[in-house]
Design a protein around this ligand. Structure first.
Ligand code: BES
Ligand code: MN
Ligand code: ZN
Length: 511
């Protein structure tokens, strides 16, 4: 999909589909819906007037109304998309509305679409422009890498049409950023969609290297030898059952003019779980839905997607991403329940934490443990990790919110405050000494599972041991990384969840 921004009269846009948003302006609880366009354009308003007056369209969120040959407009069709109550409209509702329109256009073979940027309150023009172009690009994506019959169903041209005026610069910036951010999120989605046989840890490393090269980032990919050298016994333990070597992928972004000897700002560490396939290992998973465990690298895809955006948006802050990638397989050489592993020491020469393996399917925390330690060793002052870590988190929050955990209020508050920009939902869950008690081992320092109850928190508590006193956030995205249901504005399958929030969290340190 090609996108462009124009400041021109909506009536003259020569497209197959002109999209306009409408809200319900009714403020009384008992009153009938009052569908009202969010653009004041006279031609569009009169073209839609009769249909809106008919009462068949209520402007509910993502509701659509299609008109052919709208009178007085060059566009062949006019699609009105609802956003719910006008007074409550946000850039996020525009992201969904535009997405809904593009998902509407795709299967109908409509190849050019334009969206009339709302020009009425309460929508801020810059963020709304950004959300609109994000919505279009995210909706245009389908997980069709391996579908020879589906490749032509893209909307080729998407035009964002705005009024010329005082907000033009903000709209231009929003448009440019929206393109970068949605492309980065789609990059993550492409990775997550890849099956285990096509995306091994080694290939994930190659994809990261390619991305880094085209996005102005430094990138190094290491494997078994380096893991041994660093003493990453926890990460290594997960790799033992697989023929595929692991990948430790370090991607670095340095702001313009960065000088290591004078830089005093924060260094943000983005740590991702990159299990390219999770069979569970010797504690093998049931076969039902096991095919979905190709998405067990979604945390690392989110980090690489965020890095892609960071490379293009160039915030004034240093960022290091550490991706720990492996395949979790059963084999004669695989680790077994009862085995004891030694994690990477924080300081060379010091002992690393010993871990009793209770369940080889709790492998995500094992690779992240060493990833977090390594990120701290590289000088990260603040950490965020993302992982499809626990089924327990999905049970707790459903496919609605990711779980958020933190050892530091200020750091978590930064994350919370960017959710209204990213439009992603994260619900904070607890850590605490009682959860730590659940992961104490009789024969080692800790064990890798904490029993039946509070599984999302005991997993997070395990990670906190390795975050130490470095301010840290853990995102459990198990329920959010793969959409099992079709939504009106986005394909089912890989969501790219986390890219937008992690990016904004990073940018919140660069002010
Ligand atoms: N990758 C899974 C978690 C998962 C479950 C992700 C469902 C996405 C959807 C993780 O490695 C895992 O197997 N976790 C176990 C932990 C348990 C053994 C303590 C789980 O959640 O069952
Ligand atoms: Mn597992
Ligand atoms: Zn896993």
């Amino acid at each position: 999909m090609k996108t462009d921004l124009v400041f021109s009269d909506l009536a003259s846009l020569d497209v197959e589909l002109l999209i306009v948003a409408a809200g319900d302006a009714q403020t009384e609880k008992s009153g009938n819906p009052q569908p009202t366009l969010l653009t004041g354009h006279a031609g569009v308003t009169s073209a839609a007037a009769a249909a809106l007056a008919s009462g068949e369209f209520k402007a509910g969120a993502n509701e659509t109304l299609l008109l052919h040959a709208p009178v007085g407009l060059a566009a062949r069709r006019l699609l009105v998309v609802g956003v719910g109550k006008s007074a409550k409209a946000t850039p996020h509702s525009i992201r969904s509305a535009v997405g809904t329109a593009i998902r509407f256009a795709k299967p109908r073979g409509l190849r050019s679409a334009a969206f009339a940027l709302p020009d009425s309150a309460p929508l801020p023009p810059g963020p709304t422009a950004r959300a609109a172009v994000e919505g279009a690009l995210l909706a245009d994506y389908d997980p069709d890498t391996y579908r020879s019959d589906r490749k032509d169903q893209s909307v080729y041209n998407f035009t964002l049409a705005a009024l010329a005026g005082s907000e033009a610069a903000a709209i231009e910036l929003g448009f440019a950023e929206g393109n970068i951010i949605a492309d980065s999120q789609n990059f993550a989605r492409v990775l997550v969609n890849e099956p285990g046989n096509k995306l091994t840890p080694t290939i994930l490393g190659q994809r990261a290297l390619e991305m880094a090269k085209s996005h102005g980032l430094q990138c190094e990919v290491h494997s078994t030898d380096k893991l041994k050298e660093l003493g990453m016994g926890s990460f290594l333990s997960v790799t033992l059952g697989s023929e595929e070597p692991p990948a430790l992928i370090i991607t670095t972004y340095e702001p313009e003019g960065y000088d290591a000897s004078t830089y005093t700002g924060p260094v943000l560490g983005l740590v991702g779980k990159g299990i390219t396939f999770d069979t569970g290992g010797i504690s093998i998973k049931p076969s039902e839905k096991m095919e979905l465990m190709k998405y067990d690298m979604a945390g690392s895809a989110a980090m690489l997607g965020a890095m892609a955006a960071i490379g293009k948006l160039k915030p004034k802050i240093k960022v290091i991403s550490v991706v720990c990638s492996a395949e979790n397989m059963p084999d004669g050489k695989a680790q077994k329940p009862g085995d004891v592993q030694t994690a990477m020491p924080f300081k060379a020469g010091e002992p690393g934490h010993t871990i009793e393996i209770i369940n080889t399917d709790a492998e995500g925390r094992l690779v992240l443990a060493d990833g977090l330690t390594y990120a701290r060793q590289l000088g990260c002052t603040h950490l965020i990790d993302a992982a499809t870590l626990t089924g327990a988190c999905v049970v707790a929050l459903g496919p609605v919110n990711a779980g958020g955990f933190s050892n530091d209020e200020e750091t978590y508050e930064k994350l919370n405050s960017v959710l209204s920009i990213s439009g992603e939902k994260i619900w904070r869950l607890p850590l605490g000494d009682e959860y730590y008690d659940q992961i104490k081992s009789d024969i080692a320092d800790i064990k890798n599972t904490g029993g039946r109850w509070g599984g999302a928190s005991t997993a997070a508590q395990f990670l906190q041991v390795f975050a130490g006193d470095t301010p840290w956030i853990h995102l459990d995205i198990a329920g959010m990384a793969w959409y099992e249901d079709t939504k009106p504005f986005i394909a089912k399958g890989p969501s790219g969840f986390g890219v937008r929030t992690i990016l904004e969290w990073v940018r919140s340190y660069a002010q």
